[in-house]
Design a protein around this ligand. Structure first.
Ligand SMILES: [Zn+2]
Ligand SMILES: [Zn+2]
Length: 348
């Protein structure tokens, strides 16, 4: 006979039925650089820097390098108790919740559309492709081109976000972070997700189309994207570039690859740091367009917006309202003065 404690209602039944699927979906949606293996790698490297630099190399909430003990070095109170770190959590939750929507709408539709169009244009212009049988070297080249292409399209969008006032109104939410934590990477306004997804769709679909035309048979983009070294660079660079411990590469290498510490200057509101180091992975595009900035050792990088702008972009609600407030002000300016709005970049 069924006892009272065995009896379950419809909500419990539903939870039992769909709970594991929801958990699977949530865990699949944790970004690579926030998974335990990448976070452990980041902490291990930070520990190495602590030992090599004898307790130096970490920055405080004010963006100044200072010596400290190991616990404070890895998880400083002034950073993780900061209101900015709390806002990071909420913006990250929204970013993750909406990511599948943008991926579905843009990666799933714009990506294939661009890919089909490019293959169609190449076939019309040059006939059927040479049907190359891809070997390991070809796959390596394909992966490198894929990453360079994504890095470039991201650079273009990021550059536009810094220079065009209407886009800066959205992107400034990322820059309103007054301290850097690994979650800051996902601190973005809800309207920025579609921009990034569209950029990724174009950045990946153009090279995949070209290589699909070149190669015989089908091309598994995912297999190529999983080439170890690139995956490692992407995942690890993502978490470390928004971490307060400075991880530098030798100067010659920083001219080619963005070291995580180079992103510290991107988040600084000092005039010499405005609009610098815009790419994700390489320094190539920043060098070509004159936005590369290799900081001095322990360079002071006060993070956030200029103090007079920061007051309007501190809480979660203020950050959510920021673009609408700015757009409203720009429209009012245009209507009243008949002038173009000003206000792009941290300089505004
Ligand atoms: Zn930026
Ligand atoms: Zn950033």
């Amino acid at each position: 006979m069924e006892s009272a404690t065995d009896k379950v209602g419809p909500f419990t039944e539903l939870a039992q039925q769909y709970g594991p699927a929801v958990l699977d979906t949530l865990s699949a949606n944790v970004p690579r650089d926030l998974r335990w293996n990448y976070l452990l790698l980041m902490l291990a490297l930070a520990l190495m820097i602590f030992l090599l630099r004898k307790g130096r190399g970490a920055k405080g909430a004010d963006g100044r390098e200072r010596p400290c003990g190991l616990a404070e070095y890895l998880l400083p109170r002034d950073i993780y108790m900061h209101v900015s770190a709390r806002v990071d959590v909420w913006l990250c939750v929204f970013e993750r919740a909406l990511k599948p929507v943008w991926a579905l709408l843009l990666l799933g539709s714009l990506g294939p559309y661009v890919e089909r169009s490019v293959i169609g244009a190449m076939t019309a212009g040059f006939g059927a492709g040479p049907a190359i049988e891809p070997n390991l070297a070809w796959f390596f080249l394909f992966s490198a081109v894929l990453l360079l292409s994504y890095d470039f399209t991201f650079f273009v969008l990021h550059y536009a976000e810094h220079k065009i006032p209407a886009l800066w109104a959205i992107h400034k939410v990322h820059h309103s972070a007054e301290v850097l934590t690994p979650l800051t990477r996902y601190r973005e306004h809800v309207l920025e997700g579609p921009l990034y997804s569209a950029t990724a769709a174009i950045g990946y679909a153009v090279p995949t189309a070209i290589f699909a035309w070149l190669f015989a048979g089908s091309l598994k983009a995912v297999t190529a994207l999983d080439v170890g070294i690139f995956t490692l660079l992407f995942g690890f660079n993502g978490a470390f570039r928004h971490y307060h411990v400075q991880f530098r590469y030798p100067r010659w290498l920083e001219k080619w690859l963005q070291s995580p510490a180079m992103h510290h200057t991107h988040h600084s509101y000092l005039p010499q740091h405005w609009d610098t180091n815009m790419a994700v992975l390489t320094s190539i595009w920043d060098r070509m367009f004159g936005t590369l900035y290799i900081p001095e050792p322990d360079e002071y990088t006060p993070w956030g917006l200029r103090p007079d702008q920061q007051v309007d972009c501190r809480s979660f609600r203020q950050n959510l309202a920021a673009p609408f407030r700015d757009w409203h002000r720009m429209i009012r300016e245009i209507m009243t003065a008949g002038t173009r709005p000003t206000g792009a970049g941290p300089s505004a």
